[in-house]
Write a protein that binds this ligand. Structure first.
Ligand SMILES: [Zn+2]
Length: 459
């Protein structure tokens, strides 16, 4: 261990009480991005971060407006051009706290009970951001940083980051970096450090079918007119084959195969069939044959019917032949699928299989690209080493079934991969009453980040 690392870890240890007090202060600001009345608190949280970044020695600290909530930016570039520049991503907004009556202590009056700090945003993600700030502070007080840091702290993550993509694109030069760190996910267990290296994308559609110009009497017209509900159901049924594979033409052409190494890593994850049976209550699982449940949830694309509507659905009965039917259908995408190409595949499928008895329309909703970070890049290897030094074991590598848009923005606009990780735990009650952060893991998170920045700086 270098002298600086020893000193920085000692500093982090000695200052745990102070770090906790700062976190409590930050969490007590109700920066709820979706609530228009909370706008002053959003600005207060942004101001709090400006003070914090300046306190860390950051330069060029600014509150940068977007059409809604501002981004806080700052930079510490003292390591110089020969050293890597790390973009630290964070979000200072939080979810609403309702239902308030289910909180054991008020959501914005953070309280320590046992090993936990309770409060909205304690884990998602004010505490997670603080692990980075605290680590930087420890290094700054013991000889300085071996890497350059830029901070990109947004206030709109909990409302879907509507302005961040444009912001990153508009500020490419300012945000230029070698890698990004995004500590907004968590660990699978208190003794299971976790790196998330893949995220699925999304392609969301609405299909509308129409037949007769109005609902018809099924006795007078049944047998002469094709029922749009039946047509839609048959089309949907044809979107999967007997092996659970999606049948849209070309759907798998761009899907990156998982090699044996990756499948071995994924097999280390603790979520097997029993986990999914227990979590869902279904009598049996379903999915594409030839893959484990873990692989199916994170490394393979899927197609789901999210909603179906047609005909008479009230109480009682009505012998109607409906004029219309509608379905909401979405696909989770994996690298290197492209949401626009998937739209074309869906259109081709509908063109090929819809009978001439109905008219159809395909409406596109949200779309986002999938992303993947190479597990062998120095940035990921460094995080893996730092975690192994703290926990005494290799982290598990996980691909997430959902999406994190900011990771894709970094990839597309800045050309950098993100190290997606974090020190939250599965039972932190994110977005729910009694959100909490496990303080021993929070302190381990700070230690991990100290070691991480040191390892990166040595390179
Ligand atoms: Zn978050």
């Amino acid at each position: 261990m270098t002298d600086q690392l020893t000193a920085a870890l000692a500093y982090a240890q000695e200052n745990q009480g102070r770090f906790l007090e700062e976190l409590i202060d930050f969490v007590s600001i109700p920066s709820i991005s979706t609530d228009p009345l909370a706008r002053p608190d959003i600005l207060r949280a942004a101001g709090w971060l400006v003070d914090k970044l300046q306190d860390l020695g950051a330069k060029n600290v600014q509150i940068m407006p977007t059409p809604k909530h501002p981004v806080v930016y700052g930079e510490i570039l003292e390591a110089g051009p020969g050293k890597p520049t790390v973009l630290v991503y964070g979000h200072y907004d939080v979810q609403p706290a309702e239902p308030l009556e289910l909180w054991e202590s008020p959501p914005f009056e953070p309280q320590c009970r046992g090993d936990y700090l309770y409060g909205r945003g304690a884990s998602d993600m004010k505490g997670q951001m603080m692990t980075c700030f605290n680590a930087i502070q420890a290094l700054e007080h013991t000889g300085g940083l071996g890497v350059n840091i830029k901070f990109l702290l947004e206030g709109e993550e909990e409302i879907g980051s509507p302005n961040l993509g444009q912001f990153v694109q508009d500020n490419r030069a300012l945000l230029a970096c070698d890698l990004a760190i995004n500590p907004d996910t968590g660990m699978l267990g208190v003794e299971m450090p976790t790196i998330t290296y893949g995220l699925r994308g999304l392609a969301y559609f609405e299909i509308r079918m129409s037949g007769p110009s109005q609902d018809l009497h099924s006795g007078l017209f049944g047998g002469t007119v094709h029922n749009p509900a039946q047509v839609l159901c048959e089309l949907i049924a044809g979107m999967h084959d007997a092996q659970g594979r999606v049948t849209l033409p070309g759907f798998y052409d761009r899907v990156r195969a998982m090699d044996s190494d990756e499948r071995k890593e994924l097999a280390r994850l603790p979520m097997g069939e029993a986990f999914y049976l227990e979590q869902t209550g279904v009598p049996a699982l379903y999915g594409e044959s030839g893959y484990t449940v873990t692989e199916r949830v994170c490394g393979r694309p899927t197609l789901e019917v999210n909603g179906l509507l047609s005909g008479f659905t009230d109480e009682g009965q009505k012998t109607v032949l409906p004029a219309k039917s509608m379905a909401k259908i979405s696909m989770r995408l994996v690298p290197d699928q492209d949401p626009e190409e998937v739209r074309q595949q869906m259109a081709k499928y509908l063109e090929a299989h819809t009978p001439p008895t109905v008219r159809w329309e395909l409406i596109k909703h949200a779309g986002s690209f999938p992303s993947i970070t190479d597990r062998q890049t120095p940035a990921v290897v460094a995080m893996s080493q730092a975690m192994e030094q703290v926990w005494g074991k290799r982290p598990v590598f996980k691909r997430e079934g959902g999406s994190i848009p900011v990771v894709v923005h970094m990839q597309q606009h800045l050309g950098v991969e993100s190290v997606v990780t974090g020190f939250g735990l599965p039972d932190d009650n994110l977005h729910a009453p009694n959100e909490k952060i496990h303080l021993p893991t929070f302190y381990r998170g700070i230690e991990t980040m100290v070691r991480y920045f040191c390892i990166l700086g040595e390179k």
